[in-house]
Ligand binder design. Sequence first.
Ligand code: GDP
Length: 478
Amino acid sequence: ASSSPPLPEPVKDKLLGGLLSPGFDESSCLSRYQSVLYRKASPYIPSPYLVDRLRKYEALHKKCGPNTELYNKSIEQLKSGRSTGPSECNYVVWIPYNGFGNRVLTIVSAFLYALLNDKVLLVHVPEDFADLLCEPFPETSWALPKDFPVEKLENLGVRTPESYGNMLRSGVIKNDMRFAANLTLPAYVYLHLSHDYSSLDKIFFCEDAQQMLRKLPWLLLKSDNYFVPALFLVEEYEEELRRLFPERETVFHHLGRYLLHPTNVVWGYVTRYYQVYLAKAYEMVGIQIRIFQHAPVSFDTMLNQIINCSRKENLLPAVNLEEPGVPPKNAREKAVLVTTLYSGYFDRLRNMYYEHSTATGEVIGVYQPSHEEQQHTDHQNHNIKAWAEINLLSFSDALVTTACSTFGYVAQGLGGLKPWIIPRPAERNQDCLRGSSMEPCFHSPPSYDCKAHKDVDKGAVVRHVRHCEDLDSGLKLF
Ligand code: GDP
């Protein structure tokens, strides 16, 4: 009998349309070129301009990276206690804060800020954050050297005298250039862009602040927010951002897949789990369940929302309650990947499909890699699991996330998925709603209109952003 030869496997573009540099040793970070084999093909192609800017950034980073002559020179200036204007190499030092999802959203935000300002991004890696992410730039390092002269970076906060807001208040710096000319610039400015930032810290997002900050070779930055949408509201970046991202909703998708590569340790967790439990399914639905202490939801409310949403949106089949129903021997399997800190949801979903057949005849496998019970961001091993599970979720064909969880945002962005969001019952009387884009939400955006000198609703007046589906006060690109 003549049978047609099997179709060749489609060739996967491991460099993601030029997003990734080919200049890496593959074995040092297997996920960098292998993630493409696991995720759904992305329909979004990075712009040639973005690709070009990334290669130029890589050259700059190599020139200015830790322990280069130019880096050492900049460190000497920092130690001198003052700045005399921008140097050949200017830096943004990222400082971790809050959970893993928060952290990587702010790394991406800080990188875009650095890219727009020709600054170099260095990341402070404490023990709990070590060996989770690969080096993203070839032939150099983004890790802040241990002997960096500013100490106790983790203690920086809204009250730190060197914060941008506090220095504006005390008159150490001024945004108006005419006055700034007479001031001695400080050695560095600390940008406090976390959820508790002050109205003066928020002036960061005004044009004259951006110009002034360009004079400083060292900026330290701590945030737990995806502040990219507010960069789109700074007029002078508009044109550049339009060229970098002709499709606005791809910012995190492209930059996340460019910067965020799990190390071989994490990738081992991901690929072992995938191969044992998920690979045989014809389709995978990811369900991410997050319970926040400040917005508690009862177990049953959450479970019912998830089940109702999955049914209504045809993500999962209904079960036959009346008849036993036996699946055919070769029934197709759909996999449900549940990620959450707790085990109860998994048990209920698994039992539902164990005790009953489905209306479609398919079989449903329910899987949950871990149940850590509590958040322990200060434990590296806990963070490995969190990061591994975010990656597994990003392989989904369809994704259900919990409102306002940055953990879910990272998975949806890396996977290129518009999620179905389980809203907070207090905010929406709906089982779920569809995200308008795969972009993360900026939870605490500034509302200050720098030109009008008053607070405004930015979600209503500006073209590029809108309020988030999961948080009315948030802003997201679409
Ligand atoms: P958010 O608080 O939901 O915005 O997400 P974050 O990632 O910033 O912080 C939550 C942290 O709790 C995670 O980083 C993990 O440490 C832990 N966590 C929450 N949900 C899960 C989960 O489904 N799996 C694992 N392994 N850890 C989780």
